[in-house]
Write a protein of this length. Structure first.
Ligand SMILES: Cc1ncc(COP(=O)(O)O)c(C=O)c1O
Length: 409
């Protein structure tokens, strides 16, 4: 008779947390004093912020029109807290809708010249609410390779539920056509792209994208997080910039940049917004934007409408720095928006450059892996309407001094 073999293991089964205990990269960078992330700001005036009591020119914020510190915006938030409290304590679906939400949805639909608007609690959740809700089993998501991480995550979520995800080379419309040609006629397709790409500040080639969407009967979502208040008529963003508002099916964005608050939105056709509203998991199962956040946006939206000179100043400020850095010999990523990204193309040099700028009183964002591909390491700067010339000159001067010392220029 054959004896049953009994297996015994001396070692315990694998610990899921092993990866966490083995993760040393952040500590190694901290030890060298060049860690560029999670530094707490202890006071924020907009163009100048304070880190541990030290004043620094902020050249890395998405507070493009400088409205987060506008007294009118602060007052509106305080008044909303007094009236509605600090939280809605529930999702829009259930007890979490207040009249302010409806008012803002109506005003944003009007501003973006679309039938209807739906608010979400963050821009990240907006993408999660649109993409997996619309692109279902067997249908296709066609995504730019450089889209924001939130759209990537939203697409992977949809893929997990059976949708197909295909990517095209960054802003390359020939490659988009190649990808569209391969999709079976029987499958629905959704093209998703940033309007203004968040790392480089480059603008999508929307006229050609729209042309291809029409030719291949695809629907379009544009994530205009970095475009509102910056480009388009009266700051209405990328579709408006190209006079293509009617041709873009859904425009989404965030309140965490120009709108000076927190939350997200999508605007589009009545029936499509209604479908998202009743099916999007990230809307139905998450608490609604706070009254203070919504009231802030109602006020910043009014300012954007009434004070177009802010957008003009933002463009002039950004252009001033762009020209200064180009003249000094830096390599910049292609952009005419509020983002000026300086290519360094070396991880350690990027971190050292970041630290030297910080010590000299200029805060920028260091983009290293996994945020960008190896060889594309960069310092991303972004500007505000409220920066004064002295702030901008400081940024240019410090970049030039340190750039020369580190052999970047
Ligand atoms: C293009 C883009 N989409 C979406 C988001 C996410 O927005 P939020 O900060 O509101 O979650 C961002 C923010 O970084 C972004 O840059």
């Amino acid at each position: 008779m054959q004896r049953k073999q009994i297996y015994t293991t001396v070692e315990k089964p694998k610990d899921l947390f092993k990866k966490c205990f083995d993760f040393t990269l952040a500590d190694a960078i901290k030890e060298q004093g060049i860690y560029p992330f999670f530094h707490p700001i202890d006071e924020n005036e907009g163009p100048v912020v304070s880190f541990e009591g030290r004043k620094v020119v902020m050249a890395g914020s998405n507070n493009y029109l400088g409205l987060t510190s506008d007294p009118r915006v602060k007052e509106a938030s305080i008044a909303a807290i007094k009236k509605y409290g600090t939280s809605c304590s529930g999702s829009r679906y259930m007890t979490g809708t207040v009249t302010l939400h409806i008012e803002l949805e109506e005003q944003l639909a009007d501003f973006f010249e679309k039938e209807r608007c739906l608010l979400f609690s963050t821009g990240y959740q907006t993408g999660q609410g649109i993409v997996p809700t619309l692109a279902q089993r067997g249908e296709y998501i066609v995504s730019d390779r450089d889209n924001h991480a939130s759209l990537v995550a939203a697409s992977i979520m949809a893929q997990g539920a059976g949708a197909n995800l295909v990517r095209y080379n960054h802003n390359n419309m020939d490659d988009l056509e190649r990808v569209l040609q391969k999709i079976p006629d029987t499958a629905g397709r959704l093209i998703i792209s940033d309007g203004v790409f968040s790392v480089s500040g480059e603008i999508v080639d929307l006229p050609r994208l729209v042309e291809l969407a029409k030719k291949y009967n695809a629907r379009i979502v544009i994530d205009d997080a970095h475009a509102v208040g910056v480009i388009g008529k009266g700051g209405r963003g990328t579709p408006s910039e190209f006079d293509l508002v009617d041709e873009v099916d859904l425009i989404m964005g965030t309140f965490s940049k120009t709108f000076g608050s927190l939350g997200g939105y999508v605007v589009g056709e009545d029936k499509v917004i209604d479908y998202i509203k009743h099916n999007a998991s990230s809307l139905i199962f998450s608490a609604s934007p706070t009254p203070a956040s919504v009231a802030a946006v109602l006020t910043t939206l009014k300012i954007i409408r009434e004070e177009p000179q802010l957008g003009e100043r933002l463009v002039a400020n950004t252009d001033y720095v762009r020209q200064g850095l180009l003249k000094a010999g830096f390599t910049l990523m292609p952009s005419r928006t509020a983002i000026v990204t300086v290519l360094i193309a070396d991880q350690m040099k990027t971190l050292h450059f970041w630290k030297r700028l910080f010590e000299a009183g200029v805060y920028v964002n260091a983009f290293i892996r996994p945020g960008v591909m190896p060889g594309h390491e960069a310092l991303r700067t972004s500007f505000m309407a409220t920066h004064e010339k002295e702030h901008l000159d400081k940024v240019i001067t410090e970049f030039c001094t340190i750039g020369k010392e580190l052999g970047v220029i």
